[in-house]
Design a protein around this ligand. Structure first.
Ligand SMILES: NC(=O)c1ccc[n+]([C@@H]2O[C@H](COP(=O)([O-])OP(=O)(O)OC[C@H]3O[C@@H](n4cnc5c(N)ncnc54)[C@H](OP(=O)(O)O)[C@@H]3O)[C@@H](O)[C@H]2O)c1
Length: 223
């Protein structure tokens, strides 16, 4: 049995990963923002914490709450996509900052606060859920600026984590295009399929994968 921390576990891919890990008998520590999501996850056997990713104090309090744990896998999954059709002529600074806060700064803070609990485990895995839209070399169409920019920054953050903390296995995973409230209705994967595939990639990952960016099938993604 492993202990898995999943952020943004109340719905979407995070919710599905939590359910699958619990069904396999693992211990899940889930972060949520609503009582409804907490109740649903607790009913499945998860331990829940309320964490607001735009609030560094909330993240620090979570770090304190799990400081004595041994965490086998941290999955930084909570993410936002805002204003897909935003134009350069009309940038909303507050919303742009929120995207960086949730998609990049919160993951960095979580990694820092959870270093000691993850170091107590054998596998020492820190996983960040990235996106194909983070790939600078594949961006031939533009649009979705705030999401792309903040996820590309997440990629650089996790790559740096892999170098700065060489005993941690820091891996970036693109979960595929998934039919969640963030994803498009015509996306090819269900949350169940994505979560199952991402979990397989995590299970099969080892120290040699630290600093890598792969997709849900374990294939290397371009930067
Ligand atoms: N769906 C796709 O096609 C796709 C593709 C590539 C990458 N991804 C990535 O996969 C991850 C999960 O996405 P999803 O599709 O499952 O999205 P989703 O259904 O919109 O779920 C997003 C999750 O993030 C949480 N969250 C958002 N803002 C937060 C905040 N300020 N503080 C704390 N939690 C917050 C949400 O919590 P609440 O319920 O409280 O709002 C929710 O649990 C994200 O990192 C996303 O970028 C998704």
């Amino acid at each position: 049995m492993s202990t898995i921390v999943i952020t943004g576990a109340g719905r979407g891919i995070g919710r599905e990963m939590a359910g699958q890990y619990l069904a396999e008998g693992h211990r899940v520590i889930a972060t949520v923002r609503s009582q409804e999501h907490a109740d649903q996850l607790r009913a499945l056997g998860a331990q829940t914490h309320f964490v607001e990713m735009t609030d560094p104090q909330s993240i620090a309090a979570f770090g304190q709450a799990v400081a004595d744990e041994t965490i086998d896998v941290l999955i930084v999954n909570a993410g936002i996509m805002r204003q897909r059709d935003m134009r350069f002529s009309n940038i909303d600074v507050r919303v742009f900052q929120e995207c960086f806060q949730v998609n990049c700064i919160a993951p960095a803070l979580l990694a820092g606060h959870l270093l000691a609990p993850v170091r107590r485990s054998q596998g020492r895995k820190m996983i960040a859920i990235s996106s194909g839209r983070a790939c600078i070399s594949r961006n031939t169409t533009g649009s979705v600026l705030m999401y792309r920019a903040s996820k590309a920054a997440l990629n650089m953050t996790w790559k740096t984590l892999a170098s700065d903390e060489p005993d941690i296995m820091a891996l970036l995973i693109h979960p595929g295009r998934v039919r969640t409230s963030m994803g498009l209705p015509e996306a090819e994967l269900s949350p169940e399929e994505s979560a199952s595939a991402v979990r397989k990639v995590i299970a099969e990952s080892g120290p040699q994968h630290s600093g890598c960016f792969v997709n849900y099938a374990g294939q290397t993604m371009p930067w």
